[in-house]
Every structure is written in structure tokens, then in C-alpha cells.
Design a protein around this ligand. Structure first.
Ligand code: SAH
Length: 214
């Protein structure tokens, strides 16, 4: 699949749409304007790539709606050179956005097929996060602590092992709720033992599942 002027034009329109819906962080908007979302989707869905909608990526999973990606990324307040852990690599689209923002990205996927696909595809576009096949509930203790943690699947509760892998001053953004809807939750580690939690808006994600799968 190619990147054309048409794709660039469609992407510009999508960014305007997201802006109109309330996203104002120019670093997020610029990153989204650079990442060719159509290349992260099956070619049969290519024409939907620049609509503000979620879409299937195989293995019963979805690439999140662009507005949701923008909203969650804005809340994360990523700075250049931040060490960021992402749970739920999926298509790799969110990881690409974080890389465009100058972060160092560690991304975990529990489904082997999606892990393998992202691992071979993202570097072709010049995106090189560190890929891990495993259970994101466990995080990456040997690479901790992280400046930022982003969970891109819905959790029933704030995963304790993940918040323990935040630096003091670090931020985690995780959708928390049941399978029908989740509240975007921001967790800031204010000291070794204290976390500040704030809630922001309702979203629908695929569930965060325990263990690995083939
Ligand atoms: N960030 C992705 C969104 C993918 S949807 C993107 O930009 O495309 C959520 C992903 O989380 C799915 O691929 C799903 O397989 C994965 N997932 C669910 N539970 C997980 C877990 N415990 N550890 C790692 N990945 C998980």
C-alpha cells in the first residue's frame, strides 16, 4: 500500500475533525498527521482509514478510533525521550504515534499473531519500538521504571503491577470498567507510596485479558 497525496489530504481532514472534537495538544495532532493510518489496516478497510472510527485488525481485535487515540495520548502528556510502556500493541498504530512524539517505546502484545505482524511491519515504516510478546498485566519489571504507561485495552481495575512500574512523577493512562464501557483513568505516582487518580470520559475498548495466547 502506498502513501499518496490523497491519503495526506484525508489525514489532514481527519486531524481537523479531531481538533473540532476538543483535542488541542499540537504535538499529538502533528504526530497523528504524520502516521499513515491506512497502512495499519487490512487493505479491504483502507477506505475507512481516515474516518474517525475503530476498525477490525484481525484476531478479534480493533485499531482504536483516532479520537480515542488522540484523547488518551493527550492525557499521557508524553515528553521527548520519555520511556513509555504500551500494553496492547495491536496494529502498532499507537506505538507509532508515541515514537513520532520522540518517546522510547516498549510495547507488549499477548496475541502471538499480532505481535509477529507488528514486529515485522512497523520497522518497514521506520518505527522501531521494543516489542514484547507476553502478558501486559505483568508489565516489564526488568525494564521498569517508566515515565509513562499507556494501556490500550479495558481493565476491570487499575493493574497494580503496572502502577508499581511507574517512576515517581510518572503517569499511567488506562481505561477502567466492565466489558461494555470504561472510564479513561489517569494515575499519577506522586511519591513511592502515593498515587493520584483522576477520571476523564467514557470509552469502549476491547478487554485486557490475562495470560498469553497463540
Ligand atoms: N494500541 C493498539 C490497540 C489495540 S486493541 C493499536 O494502536 O492498534 C488492544 C490490544 O490489546 C489487542 O491487540 C489485544 O490483543 C491486546 N491485549 C489484551 N490484553 C492484553 C494483555 N494482557 N497484554 C498485552 N496485550 C493485551
Amino acid at each position: 500500500m502506498e502513501e499518496s497525496y490523497r491519503h495526506k489530504g484525508l489525514r489532514k481532514k481527519l486531524i481537523e475533525e479531531i481538533k473540532a472534537k476538543g483535542i488541542s495538544d499540537s504535538r499529538v495532532l502533528q504526530a497523528m498527521e504524520r502516521v499513515p493510518r491506512h497502512m495499519f489496516m487490512d487493505s479491504s478497510f483502507e477506505k475507512f482509514a481516515y474516518k474517525d472510527q475503530a476498525f477490525p485488525i484481525g484476531c478479534d481485535q480493533t485499531i482504536s478510533q483516532p479520537y480515542t487515540v488522540a484523547y488518551q495520548t493527550e492525557l499521557l502528556e508524553v515528553e521527548r525521550h520519555d520511556k513509555v510502556m504500551e500494553v496492547g500493541t495491536g496494529s502498532g498504530y499507537q506505538a507509532a504515534i508515541l515514537l513520532e512524539m520522540g518517546a522510547k517505546v516498549f510495547t507488549i502484545e499477548r496475541q502471538r499473531e499480532l505481535f509477529l505482524k507488528a514486529q515485522s511491519f512497523l520497522p518497514e515504516l521506520g518505527y522501531n519500538p521494543h516489542f514484547f510478546y507476553g502478558d501486559g498485566y505483568e508489565g516489564l519489571p526488568s525494564y521498569a521504571p517508566f515515565d509513562r504507561i499507556i494501556v490500550t485495552a479495558g481493565a476491570y481495575e487499575i493493574p497494580e503491577k503496572l502502577q508499581e512500574q511507574l517512576k515517581v512523577g510518572g503517569v499511567m493512562v488506562v481505561p477502567v470498567g466492565d466489558s461494555s464501557t470504561q472510564v479513561m483513568t489517569k494515575v499519577e505516582r506522586v511519591s513511592a507510596d502515593d498515587y493520584k487518580k483522576t477520571e476523564h470520559g467514557h470509552f469502549v475498548f476491547v478487554p485486557l485479558l490475562k495470560g498469553k495466547s497463540f
